[in-house]
Design a protein. Structure first.
Length: 382
């Protein structure tokens, strides 16, 4: 297997976990990120710079054989230029250009008959014809719950962002789901087991993951068909996470797609034969795709470890700064729990600082242990 220089745009926790996985091979890993305190900084050949700047991305790519991303908000023009130079870019600049803008993403779903909630694309508040309740998604820049808000009633109209957006019908959600697709340069496709996502409504972030998702066989087949249709339509190769809604009438809709590693795939590290990080490595190197099956006779779960949120009357500054972890020994005491910290040098309310994967023999035991760990562990400043 030939040694390669792999360049990653973005040095966050996704890049860190990918690098940790890739380091078992012989490749050189280069990372571009604006912050010299990024989680990847100490475990890669790190270059400080703006991955949204076209010239910086082009210059960074000169030293790489393969370029990938751990965040979608990067310079597509810079990646286009690198492709023209013959560099291998995964996912392609074309795919990133579609997914990076919510309006284009929704148009792609519509074109390929992928089920999505009713929507309208608007450039300003004046163009909105939907009546509350509805969801507003900023056209660019949103991820991890950022750039998305629910307008519940006319009384909330003052909150509407006056910016290019997708206005979307509010779905009466029963479950939030995710499926991660791997598509190799040779066209080989595989998927990880469907994951059920349980959100922290206060932070608008993922709280727990559970896999396999508790859905019917017909719903599994429907989601697998959506994944197949998407993989055939999206240009180029890559790892893609499709976030979905199952509504209370049993209908399935795509929420959005991430063209990268994803929070809902973290449990694959310890609950599957191979992880999403191993799978991305194989895609980049054009190797046979890995076995994505769950380990036998288990259910898997994941708990996000996030910075503590101050209670009413407390000072937020007391929760921002150098992180201090409380209760991690509760995780280490459990033989079925696996701790992953991201190496972040500062915490703030709601910031993702790490996660815990759990293996259990039943959903009931899994949820009980996830809830227990959530209550036992906190992150704040000293």
């Amino acid at each position: 297997m030939q040694k390669s220089k792999i360049g990653i745009l973005g040095g966050g926790q996704l890049g860190r976990m990918f690098t940790q996985e890739a380091l078992k091979y012989e490749d050189d890993i280069f990372v571009l990120d604006p912050s010299n305190e990024a989680p990847c900084a100490k475990i890669s050949t790190f270059i400080q710079g703006d991955f949204n700047d076209e010239n910086t991305v082009i210059e960074f790519g000169q030293n790489a054989d393969i370029i990938t991303v751990e965040i979608e908000h990067v310079s597509v023009k810079g990646l286009e230029s690198l492709e023209k130079q013959g560099k291998k870019v995964i996912p392609s600049s074309h795919a990133l250009g579609i997914i990076q803008q919510k309006q284009k993403q929704k148009g792609f779903f519509q074109e390929h008959r992928l089920p999505s909630p009713k929507f309208e694309n608007v450039e300003s508040i004046a163009e909105i014809t939907f009546h509350p309740p509805f969801v507003q998604k900023l056209n660019t820049g949103g991820y991890d719950g950022k750039g998305v808000q629910i307008i519940k009633s006319d009384a909330d109209r003052y909150k509407i962002w006056d910016a290019p957006s997708v206005i979307e019908e509010l779905v009466d959600i029963d479950k939030e789901l995710s499926i991660i697709i791997a598509k190799s340069p040779t066209g080989e496709v595989s998927t990880f087991p469907i994951t059920e996502m349980l959100a922290n409504e206060e932070l608008n972030l993922l709280d727990f993951n559970i896999s396999p998702a508790r859905i019917s066989n017909n719903q599994i087949l429907e989601i697998e068909l959506i994944a197949k249709t998407f993989s055939e339509a999206i240009p180029g190769s890559g790892l893609f996470a499709i976030e979905l809604f199952l509504d209370k009438e049993g209908k399935i809709y795509i929420n959005e797609v991430a063209p990268r590693l994803h929070n809902s795939g973290h449990l694959t590290q310890d609950c599957c034969y191979n992880s999403q990080f191993e799978q991305l490595y194989r895609i980049l190197k054009n190797l046979p795709l890995a076995n994505t099956s769950m380990l036998p006779n288990i259910v898997g779960g994941m708990l996000n470890i996030v910075g503590d949120v101050p209670k009413l009357g407390e000072v937020e500054e007391n929760y921002s700064g150098e992180p201090h972890y409380i209760g991690l020994e509760k995780c280490l005491e459990k033989p079925n729990a696996y701790l992953h910290l991201y190496g972040k040098t500062s915490t703030k309310p709601g910031r993702k600082m790490g996660h815990i994967n759990l293996v259990a023999t039943s959903y009931e035991v899994l949820q009980e242990e996830l809830q227990s760990l959530k209550k036992s562990i906190s992150v704040r400043t000293k």
